[in-house]
Design a protein around this ligand. Structure first.
Ligand SMILES: CC(C)(COP(=O)(O)OP(=O)(O)OC[C@H]1O[C@@H](n2cnc3c(N)ncnc32)[C@H](O)[C@@H]1OP(=O)(O)O)[C@@H](O)C(=O)NCCC(=O)NCCS
Length: 270
């Protein structure tokens, strides 16, 4: 099997990371459509339309036609909402990776390479909702490179960083239709903390839940980060900061010292 190399994002990765992100999200369209069709409310509405039209027009063909058109329309709506999300995220987030991730405190954007080509991505930032939590974002792997442990390796990098910096919890968000992601996070040890819906009619009507997962960093010790470093699969983790870049400590030793200091200060506040 080809060797996977994990390294920090570089400007020349922009197009590929955008592509991998967009593909990973757009593949949720069919599953979201099926999820929508499974909702009892939607099934009842479709049945009412079908039998209502049949009763009024005494025809079978017309209701079939109308239901088919409704299904096409619903599929289109799902597709449009994902396209909107992708466009928004690419514009707001992926067009400023250097500023938003590489130059920000405790934030970073990572990629995994196979045979010199970027095949996966992952980012982390301090959580805006929870103080002292690190948020994991944008985990995505090219379809052809899945089930080889790449996402798990990328998550390990984030967990290792969190541990080094004294973050005690990692938080992330995924959706009801991202079942592969749910399996990945549960495999790593994340626990589902809560589920919620965005306050939109579509989310309510389609029962489109978002899940919040959290991982206690200490619980993740068993993941074997040292082994990962010995294997040399993670590049740049210990490397010096690029000039002008904030974020990571120069070395693990320094990072750990900072983490210990941080924990000590936290304890003083309790
Ligand atoms: C979710 C995703 C990132 C997983 O990437 P991956 O590199 O295939 O995952 P890994 O190979 O590291 O999987 C590690 C473990 O997670 C679990 N897992 C991952 N994908 C799984 C799947 N499709 N079915 C069952 N278990 C799965 C398994 O336990 C796996 O270990 P195993 O292969 O030894 O059984 C990938 O499927 C993806 O990019 N999906 C589309 C984008 C997406 O939904 N991203 C999540 C955003 S929140």
């Amino acid at each position: 099997m080809d060797k996977i190399k994990v390294r920090k994002y570089r400007d020349e990765d922009e197009e590929l990371v955008k592509e991998i992100f967009a593909l990973g999200i757009s593949e949720q369209v069919p599953t979201s459509f099926v999820h929508m069709l499974k909702q009892p409310l939607i099934q009842v509405v479709l049945m009412c339309v079908f039998f209502g039209l049949m009763a009024v027009f005494k025809s079978f063909l017309l209701p079939v036609l109308v239901i088919s058109m409704l299904l096409v329309g619903m599929r289109q709506l799902v597709s449009q909402s994902f396209t909107k999300y992708i466009d928004f995220t690419l514009k707001e987030d992926f067009s400023r990776i250097q500023e938003s991730y590489m130059e920000e405190r405790d934030s970073c954007f990572w990629v995994a390479e196979s045979e010199g080509r970027v095949v996966a991505l992952m980012a982390y930032v301090p959580s805006k909702i929870y103080q002292e939590f690190l948020e994991l974002k944008h985990v995505s792997v090219y379809r052809s490179h899945r089930r080889r442990g790449i996402a798990k390796t990328l998550c390990r990098v984030a967990v290792d960083f969190a541990r080094t910096k004294g973050y005690q919890t990692i938080v992330l968000y995924t959706s009801v239709v991202q079942t592969d992601a749910q399996k990945l996070y549960e495999h790593i040890g994340f626990k589902k903390i809560r589920q919620f819906r965005r306050p939109t009619l579509t989310a309510k009507f389609t029962n489109f839940f978002l899940f919040e997962y959290q991982l206690k960093v200490l619980d993740a010790e068993a993941l074997g980060f040292d082994l990962l470093q010995q294997e040399g699969r993670v590049d740049d983790l210990k490397g010096p900061r690029a000039p002008g870049h904030g974020g990571h400590s120069n070395t693990y030793a320094q990072g750990r010292k900072e983490a210990e200091e941080r924990v000590r200060l936290q304890q003083q506040h309790v």
